[in-house]
Design a protein around this ligand. Sequence first.
Ligand code: FAD
Ligand code: HEM
Length: 389
Amino acid sequence: MLSEKSRPIIEATLPIIADRIGHITPDFYERMFAARPDLMDGLFSRSSQLEGTQPKALAGSIAVFASYIVEHPDSYPDEVLSRVAHKHASLGLQEKEYPTVYKYLFEAIAADLGDAATEEVVDAWSEVYWLMANALIKIERGLYASQANNVTHAPFKVVDRQETGDNVVVLTFEPADETPMTEAKAGQYISIITKARDGLRQPRQYTLLPSDKNQRRIGVKLDPNGEMTSIIHGLTIGDVVEISNPYGDLTLEGFGSADAPLYLFSAGIGVTPMISFLNELIESGSQRQVTVVHADRRLDTWPLREEMTALVEKLPHGKLVTFMEDEETGDYRGRVDIAKLGVPAEANVYLCGPLPFMKGVRSALVDAGVPAQNINYEIFGPDQWMLRS
Ligand code: FAD
Ligand code: HEM
């Protein structure tokens, strides 16, 4: 809990820090990577740094955390902490690195604020940092302790490779050593570490598709401007990569009422968590009303179309509604139009797809009376808290 001494200082300086953090974080990363270039090898994504999404996500989370604990002195923003801790754990982050981030972040804060970085301001923000760090460390310890093994990554070999949709490759992996595998929950993801063209090890996250228990299966959309998907697309049977244990808190359990009507909205490669949810609903014999809404350009660009439609057909109360932008082959032509769906206010909703798609569907649902807390989503990149605003 934030001390009474620090609270007024945080309240008074929150607008300044929130305003300056966008300048502070790039300087912090520059300082940290100059001193610790090894952190870029297998832990941080070089592209997230170049694109600036990771500095924004970190900046966003510190400001969100500080304002939350000022407003709610007796609790923490669990949703924010959980998402970050799962991401950290999938990357194998070790708790000994928290002082590293602290050192370079606070050097950057002192450099940016100059005389305004008085001892009491630095002490109050150090308290916020360590409150957040200790909360993350606690969740991360629990996540590591719940695995079937004590490694962060293990070698896996490609045993199958299929192409689907528009530039999407589905890869199946099996362990390449004796490390026991943790059973994944539907909706969880793994980090896969492969070497970039210059040999630097780079991690990326992929949602797990349904598979046999001794396998990991993923669907990877080629990003023509990205660094690692072209390399992952080039993997062939027998190639070995490092894969983390499964993490991620976007699962079907623990979210909303278990028998409320379920709406799964996907676009493009956003099908991956939905396919896992559908498989879990079938395996658990669910009697829920499930409406799957998929948006794509055309039928042939829709990744894993046969698998997804077959799963919906197996559900006792499943329905599929499609919106195709470029042709008349869907139920509707054009972008998703909530008015066509009659979503009830008590629905539980999951969204996954490009950010503009999720923002559009989410605000239309909120306008239609679905409470924001019943709308869950997975962002295939650092969460910049944009949907929360
Ligand atoms: P990156 O190299 O990471 O580049 C991404 C973007 O960064 C590029 O489009 C470009 O705009 C920008 N960029 C890259 N280099 C530069 C540069 N030098 N300067 C400026 N900007 C640059 N993806 C899937 O396909 N399937 C999934 O099931 C899936 N699940 C995910 C689950 C989670 C929880 C998360 C977080 C992500 C998931 N992703 C998934 C996304 C995946 O992790 C990768 O982000 C994606 O595959 C792109 O990887 P990449 O290395 O090709 O692109
Ligand atoms: C990702 C916050 C400590 C390494 C993130 C994200 C946030 C965050 C918000 C983005 C999560 C998302 O995907 O939405 C924090 C906070 C910390 C902290 C508040 C301290 C209190 C650390 C430490 C390290 C670290 C100590 C290691 C040195 C990473 C990495 C990522 C990440 C590698 C993934 C980013 C990428 O893809 O490049 N963190 N973090 N973090 N964090 Fe942290």
